[in-house]
Design a protein around this ligand. Structure first.
Ligand code: PMP
Length: 346
């Protein structure tokens, strides 16, 4: 199998799996308990908090563990319930849907702009306004480019473990010291009363193992080379192809390539590639099965045909140039076959 769907979920790193197996045996106790096994579990959680804080230039007490990025996003938007909230049109649905439901017109205002988009990899400019608060969904950015919450001037930031080789169901929220905060899950003293629920120690230990391995340099060099090579070959070898990702350094994450193939439907391309053992996605998996074209590609291109014919290739550090070659050995033929049966002219 050639796995090119890292942006949906990265495979568990072997070190993560091992750390979690070990944790199941050694750190099973309730981390809030006052006994020794409880303390040992809590130490692991605090080590993870310190590691994430050091990676993003935050203080450990500014990190809250959650069940993932969706919960972290919901928490920030719910904190600003009834307030004016402005988001980019490219946000994940956990921002867009909550904003639709809970935004009002009170001040101060919240801006929620992701740093990097999950469908195209594009890097956005973040808005800064005096007196307003700024949240950024850094789910896709973590591990791919260096992150500094102070340099970005953020009040809130969202992370997810399963996008960096950690387990699904663990994430974190950065809340700047002093920024407004309302817990989403109440009824527990965990996380200094900021997020109720028994600590997911094993998951958080998996997150730590994944965090210990992140290396944006590998993305900036090796992974970028793979992504760019596939992009250039697609444009050169496949008629009717176009890119929805800006390849320029600093304009997109180095691991995501979104491309469209005129007169070929994204879902059909995905299925044909799947049959060849090549795993990609159309837009975001969260919207899969949705017949509406991706809101991200519509916002970016305004062209439903481009959106319907798009595929996202997302790379990780384990991919090789052989993977690119294998994709290019079958993709042109798949596109040609689909274009032949289409009523749209290439
Ligand atoms: N935000 C972005 C930008 C994402 O890509 C994702 C995952 N598709 C999420 C939020 C949701 O993350 P989680 O699965 O951890 O809830």
């Amino acid at each position: 199998m050639i796995y090119l769907d890292y942006a949906a979920t990265a495979p568990l790193e072997p070190e993560v799996l091992e750390a979690m197996h070990e944790a199941e045996k050694r750190f099973f106790a309730n981390a809030s308990a006052l006994h020794t096994p409880g303390h040992l579990a809590m130490n692991q959680i605090e080590e993870t908090r310190e590691l994430l804080a050091s990676i993003i230039n935050a203080a450990p007490q500014e990190i809250i563990f959650t069940s993932g990025a969706s919960e972290a996003n919901n928490t920030v938007i719910r904190t600003f319930e009834g307030h004016e909230i402005e988001t980019s049109p490219l946000e994940h649905h956990s921002i867009l849907e909550t904003t639709k439901k809970y935004a009002g017109d009170k001040r101060p205002k919240l801006y929620s702009y992701m740093l990097a988009n999950n469908e195209t990899g594009d890097i956005l400019d973040l808005p800064h306004e005096k007196g307003a608060f700024l949240h950024s969904d850094l789910t896709q950015a973590l591990g791919k480019i260096p992150i500094d919450v102070h340099k970005l001037d953020l009040d809130y930031a969202t992370f997810s473990a399963h996008k960096i080789g950690g387990p699904i169901g663990v994430g974190a929220l950065y809340v700047k010291e002093g920024a407004p905060f309302e817990p989403l899950i109440i009824g527990g003293n965990q996380e200094k009363k900021r997020r109720g629920g028994t600590y997911n120690t094993v998951g958080i230990i998996g997150f730590k193992a994944a965090l210990s391995k992140i290396n944006p340099k590998v993305y900036d060099t090796k992974v970028r080379e793979l992504r760019d090579s596939l992009a250039h070959r697609i444009l050169k070898e496949i008629p009717g192809s176009s890119l929805n990702t800006n390849l320029e350094r600093g304009k997109s994450l180095p691991n995501i390539l979104n491309a469209s193939f005129r007169a070929a439907e994204g879902e059909s391309i995905q299925l044909y590639l799947d049959a060849e053992g090549i795993i990609v996605s159309t837009g975001s998996a969260c919207a899969a099965g949705d017949i509406k074209p991706s809101h991200v590609l519509m916002a970016k291109t305004g062209d439903a045909e481009v959106a319907h014919s798009s595929i996202r290739f997302s790379f990780g550090p384990d991919n090789t140039m052989k993977d690119v070659e294998k994709v290019m050995a079958v993709l042109p033929g798949i596109i040609e076959r689909l274009q032949k049966i289409s009523t749209i002219e290439v």
